[in-house]
Design a protein around this ligand. Structure first.
Ligand SMILES: [Zn+2]
Length: 396
């Protein structure tokens, strides 16, 4: 299998037009006017070439994407009510998590997403049913997208007795990480909650990715405990804190201390760049070596009507939230949906260099900043060196 892309512009050097040769799924040559033969030639039309996008925080098992009826959201805005509503919805509706995760994953792929880390609900009513569904989708769509799975106790572990054994089962089935949820405010016993998660992660050689919505001092307490548990269980480099609003709320001195500790233990951060709450201090954390990725979170589910799977939209949300306007700052937003995700997910051979996996997006923009703000949905997408989306039209 070989593919020659003629005349594209790398987003890192958009002033030059180059050709890119791909052989057996890898980029083997990059240069102007390559004299190379290939089984397939793609006219790059002088478009901008970006690495495949990475959604570092998703919930594809629970999306209602593609269902006939619109879900009317009339849910009070507090965590316990939203969780209870979702459980009620599942009792009253048959939701095929394989079908739903496939539908929304295909939508994400059509917008250039190449890798997804998805949190999959595990609780004492559905057990590991959604894990089975998403693992089936992961296998079915492996030619289109890489899916990393988190066994996620959406209803808590202590608040949802019986969940622990289902989480363990999910890890045995092949989930890559174990999730967690607000150890203080939702679970009411942070040490017990974190002990279960970290013990299972250590025992099964998995990573940890914890949803932390807790604000201010309560959230800071949980971050301290997560840092301590990461040390205690020897899980440096394998832990992510999702959302972590509290990091944007504590005093600057405390932010600096956290940044250094998170950097030292290579604990990464996933953000959705929400408009209505504080966000982790991006540049401070990056300066301390903390990896940060962005994610779309839930798309069209009982939690939220929003989302279309487009990570360039998410990059724009990141840019807006952090008040970035300079082209150089916009590259941070692009990093959050590309290399940041790759670092968080420990992907190897990611990027646009010779030797990298050919997971790429071509889009009609002059520079990266324009790609982010234009929201052009008509990308051409390449996965494993194969054109899978042609100008917005899915080929598989
Ligand atoms: Zn989430």
């Amino acid at each position: 299998m070989s593919l020659l892309i003629k005349k594209v512009r790398l987003y890192t050097a958009p002033e030059h037009s180059v050709d890119v040769l791909i052989e057996n799924g890898k980029i083997t040559r990059i240069g102007p006017d390559l004299a190379a033969q290939a089984e397939q030639v793609l006219d790059g039309k002088n478009q901008l070439l970006l690495p495949g996008f990475i959604d570092g925080h998703a919930h594809i098992d629970k999306s209602l994407w593609g269902r006939d009826e619109w879900y009317e959201n009339d849910v009070p805005r507090n965590l316990a009510a939203i969780i209870a509503n979702e459980r009620q919805f599942r009792r009253e509706n048959t939701l095929d998590s394989q079908l739903q995760s496939e539908r929304v994953a295909r939508q994400c792929v059509s917008r250039g997403t190449s890798f997804i880390r998805t949190h999959i609900d595990v609780d004492n009513e559905i057990g590991v049913r959604h894990v089975e569904g998403v693992l089936a989708t992961k296998e079915k769509l492996k030619h289109l997208v890489g899916i990393e799975t988190v066994a996620f106790p959406q209803s808590g572990i202590l608040q949802s007795p019986g969940t622990e054994k289902h989480l363990e089962q999910a890890l045995k089935m092949g989930a890559d990480l174990i999730g967690g949820l607000d150890p203080c405010s939702y679970e009411k016993d942070p040490i017990a909650h974190l002990n279960i998660i970290f013990r299972l992660a250590a025992e099964y050689g998995k990573g940890v990715d914890i949803h932390l919505h807790e604000r201010g001092e309560m959230g800071a307490f949980s971050v301290e405990r997560i840092i301590a548990k990461t040390r205690e269980f020897g899980l440096a480099g394998k832990v992510t804190i999702s959302h972590a609003f509290c990091l944007g709320m504590v005093e600057p001195e405390q932010q600096q201390i956290f940044a250094e500790q998170l950097g030292e233990l290579n604990i990464s951060i996933a953000t959705t760049a929400p408009v209505d709450v504080a966000v982790p201090p991006y540049l401070l954390l990056r300066a301390a070596g903390v990896d940060i990725c962005a994610g779309n979170d839930g798309i069209r589910d009982t939690w939220s009507p929003y989302g279309n799977g487009d990570m360039l939209y998410r990059a724009m949300a990141v840019g807006l939230r952090y008040r970035w306007r300079k082209d150089s700052e916009m590259l941070n937003a692009l990093d959050a949906v590309t290399f940041g995700g790759a670092r968080v997910m420990k992907l190897t051979d990611y990027g646009i260099d010779v030797g990298c996996n050919a997971d790429l997006v071509l889009t009609d923009a002059r520079v990266a900043a324009e790609a982010i703000v234009t929201l052009n949905a008509k990308h051409t997408v390449i996965k494993h060196g194969q054109v899978i989306v042609d100008a917005g039209e899915s080929l598989f």
